[in-house]
Write a new protein. Structure first.
Ligand SMILES: [Zn+2]
Length: 340
């Protein structure tokens, strides 16, 4: 089954479960309360309020546990608004999980352990659970009708907790707690590689079997192959990764797709499917050097010289700010373009 279909089915079942509870609560109101329509109206208003509040509480849980474990918050998506701390303090509203970013991002300040990553995931779930329990218990202090209305509004918080706790998607909080598919192993290695690179070092080679071949971990294996000028291995690695594109997480997709497109472009081996993905990718607002390099190569292949030059200028500007290891890899990758 396709990954998106599976995710959709799981979401629908979770919606269904909590919808049934909401309908039962509404039925109770209609059968027992005077002015039932008024209570139903209030319950309807409470649903979006609970949705926004439970997202806020959930992300706060991640932020608190991240801070306690030595992570620095770069961006935090609270659902209705995103807090961007990369350069100062910036708030943007209605930035729901946009395709080109907008997810919460925590970066390590010292070596990361698997336990810390699991704690980070646990923080969100724990805060969500406390919210559900606290508001649920609080509602019991009121008259029966008010209790019912409050519980009805709370069902959306129950739904959010359920989807975050379900371990079907390897990046969900629940999946991270049980290290599904070894994703936490891969993430832990990738974060430590990233940390080393930011500190001006070359990341250590790891046995990717230890990370159960998680794409996020294979990515650094690929970069090291480029760094060591083993281009045959680099090309082979991205080819093999493309076969697993359906299993990529959101982060893995935007990290790896530019590399896959780049190699296919310079070897003039773009398939129809990959070309479709490439066109879609180039419509996004990404500005990583890998993305710009892939886009540059693609415009060159299409003979769009002027467009290619504009992109090349952005690429050079991005590169001037890149850590030494990435800059070194980029110059080696671009050299392959001239050969290809
Ligand atoms: Zn979460």
């Amino acid at each position: 089954m396709k990954k998106q279909t599976k995710t959709l089915l799981i979401n629908l079942s979770a919606v269904f479960l909590w919808l049934v509870i909401a309908i039962l609560l509404i039925a109770r109101l209609i059968l027992t309360a005077k002015n039932a329509w008024l209570y139903c109206l209030i319950a309807l208003v409470l649903i979006p309020i609970n949705y926004a509040l439970s997202l806020l509480v959930h992300e706060t849980g991640h932020v608190v546990f991240a801070a306690a474990n030595g992570f620095k918050c770069k961006t935090v998506n609270f659902g209705l608004f995103t807090l961007d701390l990369t350069s100062g303090f910036k708030l943007s509203f209605f930035t729901f999980m946009a395709e080109d970013g907008g997810e919460s991002l925590f970066v390590p300040t010292k070596t990361v352990t698997k336990k810390q990553l699991k704690l980070l995931a646990f923080g969100g779930l724990a805060f969500s659970f406390i919210y559900l329990l606290a508001v649920g218990l609080l509602s019991l202090a009121f008259a029966k009708e008010v209790t019912t209305v409050m519980l009805c509004g709370l069902t959306v918080a129950g739904y959010l907790l359920t989807v975050n706790a379900l371990p079907f998607d390897k990046t969900s909080d629940g999946a991270m707690l049980i290290n599904k598919d070894g994703y936490v192993d891969g993430l832990c290695y990738a974060q430590n590689c990233q940390l080393a690179i930011e500190n001006g070092l070359v990341p250590e080679q790891n046995s990717i079997e230890k990370c159960k071949n998680q794409p996020i971990c294979v990515y650094f294996d690929y970069l090291l192959a480029v760094y060591n000028q083993n281009f045959a291995k680099a090309e082979q690695t991205v080819k093999l990764l493309y076969e697993r594109v359906e299993d990529f997480s959101y982060d893995e997709y935007y990290l790896l797709l530019p590399e896959i497109i780049y190699w296919a472009t310079i070897k003039n081996a773009l398939t129809e499917g990959l070309e479709r993905r490439a066109k879609h990718l180039f419509e996004s607002n990404l500005n990583s050097s890998a993305f710009l390099r892939a886009h540059y190569a693609y415009r060159l292949l299409k003979g769009e010289r002027e467009w290619a030059t504009t992109i090349k200028n952005s690429y050079d500007a991005t590169l001037s700010k890149a850590p030494a290891f990435y800059a070194e890899c980029e110059s080696k990758l671009i050299s392959q373009l001239c050969k290809g």
